[in-house]
Design a protein around this ligand. Structure first.
Ligand code: NAP
Length: 289
């Protein structure tokens, strides 16, 4: 049981966590924090949080669990604002989509990474943002990756694990470098490609016609280009090295397809498409199984 949960950044991810924990009866009080009173008042009206503070130091005061749910570019500012204000028994965690960058931010803000800080990342979300888009079932049967460091307290890691399990998630642990490489491939590259494709098409002279005739495949492929641009700018800058590796790998493979088309090499195209189809079919079977 969490006595006082403090969610800094009551948007899709933070709001959904608060809702899930309240529904599970896993916390007594939820204090929200952020910059905009309008957004925080909506969170109170929706029953997501009990009360709010715009002063982050006051928001964390007396909290036994603090979850930082702001965009990656705002993490260091939040750590600076709460350091020295946290209670003795506190556990601090975050939900940022890249981990090395958040750990470095914590190191700079606190002087060294506190043993009560457990970096985390829920592998769940939608292309919507804001507290109005939050819902309690977001984490049901979804993975949450924790990336504790060798110095992280086992007790703190256990409390964060218990929190996410109470919210319905399955918790796994991973080294932060490995996390950033895996997510660059499975999430960050696909978002970059979706944004890039839609931008390329939107800049064509006859783009109205392109979008008019776009069918289901276009909608499926580009859904994630409706995600929040600020969040994805921050992710690309935060996970720069791992994303660059994947982009270079992808450009090499795209050039293979370009050459196959240029050279009328149907066999090469068939080989790539067949391998891709069977990899995707295997993945879909496994994830629906
Ligand atoms: P969101 O819906 O836009 O919510 C972010 C919240 O942070 C907003 O409510 C905003 O409220 C607050 N905020 C922004 N800047 C702030 C600052 N400088 N100080 C204090 N509060 C600030 O975004 P989200 O989708 O929940 O994403 C939040 C985090 O979750 C990001 O780090 C992201 O990488 C991670 N994440 C997202 C997803 C996803 O699919 N969306 C999945 C996994 C992890 P105010 O305007 O009131 O300040």
């Amino acid at each position: 049981m969490i006595e006082r949960l403090c969610i800094i950044g009551v948007g899709l991810i933070g709001g959904s966590l608060a809702r899930a924990l309240r529904d599970a009866g896993a916390c007594q009080e939820v204090v929200g924090a952020g910059r905009s009173v309008g957004n925080l008042q909506i969170a109170v009206d929706l029953g997501v949080i009990d009360r709010y503070e715009t002063d982050l130091g006051q928001a964390v005061s007396g909290a036994d669990m603090v979850v930082v749910c702001v965009p990656l570019g705002a993490m260091e500012g939040v750590f600076n604002a709460i350091k020295g204000q946290l209670s003795g028994q506190v556990v601090l965690t975050d939900v940022g989509s890249a981990k090395g960058n958040v750990i470095e931010a914590a190191q700079r803000a606190f002087g060294s990474v506190p043993d009560f800080f457990v970096p985390g990342h829920p592998i769940a979300g939608t292309e919507q943002s804001g507290v109005e888009a939050s819902f309690p079932g977001l984490y049901n049967n979804r993975r949450v990756i924790l990336t504790p460091l060798p110095g992280t307290s086992a007790l703190a890691t256990g409390r964060v694990r218990d929190m996410w399990e109470a919210a319905g998630a399955q918790v796994v642990s991973m080294n932060p470098v490995h996390h950033d490489a895996v997510l660059a491939a499975t999430s960050h590259l696909p978002h970059l490609l979706a944004y890039s494709l839609v931008d390329t098409l939107a800049r064509l002279d006859d783009n109205d016609e392109v979008f008019e005739y776009a069918a289901g495949g276009f909608r499926d492929f580009t859904r994630i280009a409706s995600s929040d641009p600020v969040m994805w700018r921050d992710i690309c800058l935060a996970n720069r090295d791992a994303i660059l590796l994947m982009v270079e790998h992808y450009i090499d493979d795209l050039q293979v397809l370009r050459e196959a088309i240029r050279n009328h090499d149907g066999q090469q195209l068939l080989d790539v498409f067949t391998a891709a189809k069977s990899a995707r079919d295997r993945f879909i079977d496994k994830s629906s199984g």
